[in-house]
Ligand binder design. Structure first.
Ligand code: 13P
Length: 255
């Protein structure tokens, strides 16, 4: 089974729309046709950047795909401050990150909310990037496998078949995010294999099509080794994605 690699930037709350234009233009100068043919290149930008980046990528025919970092699960309604999946789909957004650990920890997102968001994103023909991962305490207690397996079961409740196949999962150990500490490729691969086994129990054969990314201090210096692992299909990159040169080198990990 060959799964198409997906290298995604998560800019988090960085880069206003003017900076975003410069960064995506610079990235597009560095990337070549071969790079886009080899993998999906995705930028998950803040909401205020998305309309601008849609216009830029369409006008200049830049094959970078756009992602959002969150959304609500309802199409519309009295939810002050929220953005709906309908609004994102209208902007040609292809991916939506759901359940990032920062949203779970800082904004009290529950497994149930993550599941509703994933279903809403799928319903509007976009792809959820479902994030799972353990804290340092959970890891030290030996609870990594239980934690990610439970998160996967909750996130995929009611998602089966073709919908499940389209999903992307990001394994992001919380202790490795923004800390400069990353899981060793073997460790990351082992947990990702556990995640795939959990998916197989839930969605059977669809699990072989689900792309699973690693995230947590991915850099130009460690991406190639991570991508050589059998179960790692891509990366979700925070800090190192803010600089177009650095992110281009990550996308070009084969060279
Ligand atoms: P860093 O690459 O900065 O560790 O962030 C990882 C992350 O949270 C991507 O979603």
């Amino acid at each position: 089974m060959t799964r198409r690699p997906i290298i995604a930037a998560n800019w988090k709350m960085h880069h206003d729309h003017l900076v975003a234009i410069q960064v995506v233009q610079k990235l597009s100068y560095r990337l070549e046709r071969d790079d886009y043919e080899a993998c999906d290149v995705v930028i998950c930008a803040p909401f205020t950047d998305l309309r601008t980046l849609q216009t830029l990528t369409e006008a200049d025919r830049i094959p970078i795909l756009l992602g959002a970092q969150n959304c609500h699960w309802q199409d519309r309604g009295a939810f002050t401050g929220e953005v709906s999946p309908v609004m994102l789909a209208k902007l040609n957004i292809r991916y939506v990150i759901v359940g990032h650990s920062e949203r779970r920890q800082l904004f009290d997102e529950t497994d149930d909310m993550v599941n509703r968001k994933a279903k809403a994103v799928l319903h509007h023909e976009m792809t959820p990037i479902v994030c799972v991962g353990e804290t340092l305490e959970e890891r030290d207690r030996g609870d990594t496998e239980t934690r990610v397996t439970d998160q996967i079961a909750a996130a995929f409740a009611g998602i089966r078949g073709a919908d499940a196949e389209r999903c992307v999962v990001a394994y992001e150990p919380i202790w490795a995010i923004g800390t400069g500490r990353n899981a060793t490729p073997d460790d990351a691969n082992a947990t990702i294999a556990t995640i795939r086994a959990a998916l197989r129990r839930l969605v059977s054969d669809a699990a072989d099509d689900i792309r699973i990314q690693y995230g947590g201090s991915v850099k130009p210096g460690n991406i190639a080794e991570l991508m050589r692992m059998s179960d790692i299909d891509g990366a979700l990159v925070g800090g190192a994605s803010l600089d177009p040169d650095e992110f281009a080198r990550i996308v070009q990990y084969r060279r």
